[in-house]
Design a protein around this ligand. Structure first.
Ligand SMILES: Cc1ncc(COP(=O)(O)O)c(C=O)c1O
Length: 435
């Protein structure tokens, strides 16, 4: 597969854009050079050298209906004739608010819109501290909540820096971070009842709230144990700490009501972003009315010039209307496709005696290389998964026209076809024996 044109463009990019990319993860594209793309539609993308790929990155999740679905194009094209950024309210914003509140399980909730997942998680932390008057957020290793100093700690910490399992040391993910922000966090292992109890025993009265990815999409796409979910709810209640779900990936993707519906757990607050608008930038916090009232009356300050701009609200309106029109069939189909792909990859791995491992819930899942049956949290992944082998796998799959992310997370879209899935399984069968 020829990537000559991408290589030329990347050389030019490095002169103009720091590192040649606008988000650091893009440097890790599983090709010999980060690729340039000319266009994308549905499940497919085409690069600057004319190569076609079945895309499972799908914008890192937002493209729930595949790239550039006609129904969103149509709606946004029509609505943007009205203007782009009002810095004021408009009626469609309320229609979208009614739609989301109808879809998510939280009752008597209110919402606020912003533009990115990182941004809305910042509002979440501020709100939890503002409501409780407490200084700390309990955050788990392996979970990602955006790239800001306040929370970009211990996402995927190297184990030789991360301290003991029962007394983890916060590890910053970047140079230049304000070291003092680690003081605002309690770092804990996820999916481990004893260690969660220990963290609450030691810090309970200081913990404003717990933030977590309810299904751990940023590490092996892990579904937590029922025991852990029960303990989490009990400990939050006993300690008067708020429970928050970061549904930036799971929201509107894994079920109509996101992870809350999937797990049967309703948190006090939740944040959403990626899949709401089929690829347009928007995010949202939803939560208990009495907590959200602090944002409402300005006690907890929230601003943003691009919040609820016409294009993003319009795209969300089109997306949610589309999902509502299809009912539960939309998620049955989307998750069904992912489950078929997971099953097909499992079968190929078994027949080839490969340690390729899939874990997840269909519309989003993870590929890794491990002999373990199940990965349960970040340290389990770090100890037992061969990330270098996954990188080789992704790079070989690309040569067969299958675009996988560098972090192993697979996003299905409603545009993926049975033929895409079959081709992907066949590519894996061709690649695995030679890794
Ligand atoms: C669970 C989760 N929360 C927050 C974010 C940050 O979202 P954004 O990239 O829109 O800032 C991400 C991004 O991948 C995410 O996966």
């Amino acid at each position: 597969m020829n990537h000559e044109r991408s290589a030329i463009l990347f050389t030019r990019a490095k002169e103009l854009v720091a590192g040649g990319v606008s988000s650091q993860i893009r440097i890790n594209e599983p090709a010999e050079t980060p690729l340039f793309f000319t266009h994308a539609k549905g499940s497919k993308m085409w690069d600057a050298d004319g190569n076609e790929y079945i895309d499972y990155i799908q914008g890192m999740g937002p493209n729930l209906f595949g790239h550039a679905p006609d129904f969103i194009n149509k709606q946004v094209n029509e609505d943007m004739e009205k203007g782009y950024v009002f810095a004021a309210q408009f009626e469609q914003e309320l229609e979208v608010a009614e739609m989301v509140l109808d879809m998510i399980p939280m009752k008597d909730a209110t919402i606020r819109f912003a533009s990115s997942g990182t941004e809305i998680d910042q509002l979440l932390f501020r709100t939890m501290r503002g409501y409780t008057g407490r200084p700390k957020i309990l955050k788990f290793e392996g979970h990602y909540h955006g790239w800001m100093d306040s929370v970009n700690w211990s996402v995927h910490p190297p184990l030789d820096q991360a301290g003991p399992e029962d007394a983890p040391v916060p590890v910053g993910e970047s140079e230049g971070m304000d070291k003092g922000t680690a003081e605002g966090l309690v770092i804990c292992q996820w999916n481990d009842v004893d260690l969660l109890e220990k963290a609450f025993n030691e810090h309970g009265s200081e913990i404003a709230g717990v933030i977590m990815e309810p299904v751990l999409a940023n590490t092996n796409c892990i579904v937590p144990s029922t025991e852990f979910l029960d303990a989490l709810q009990r400990l939050c209640k006993e300690n008067s700490s708020l429970l928050a779900f970061d549904e930036v990936i799971t929201g509107f993707r894994i079920a109509r009501g996101g992870a809350q519906e999937y797990l049967g757990v309703t948190p006090d607050l939740a944040t959403y972003a990626k899949s709401m608008a089929g690829g347009f930038p928007i995010s949202m916090i939803a939560g208990r009315r009495d907590v959200m009232d602090l944002i409402g009356d300005g006690t907890v300050y929230h601003g943003g010039s691009f919040n609820s701009n016409v294009m993003s609200i319009s795209a969300t309106y089109a997306s949610l209307k589309y999902i509502q029109g299809q009912g539960d069939a939309f998620y049955a189909d989307l998750n069904g496709k992912g489950l078929r792909l997971m099953e097909g990859l499992r079968d190929v791995a078994k027949s080839l005696e490969s340690d390729l491992h899939v874990q997840g819930i269909g519309s989003v899942f993870a590929i890794s290389f491990t002999t373990k049956q199940e990965i349960t949290n970040w340290r389990d992944h770090a100890r037992n998964c061969d990330d270098a082998k996954y990188a080789r796998f992704a790079s070989e799959m690309l040569k067969h026209g299958v675009r996988l992310s560098s972090n192993g997370r697979i996003h299905l879209s409603s545009a993926h076809t049975d033929e895409d899935i079959e081709k992907t399984i066949a590519a894996a069968a061709a690649v695995l024996p030679n890794l």
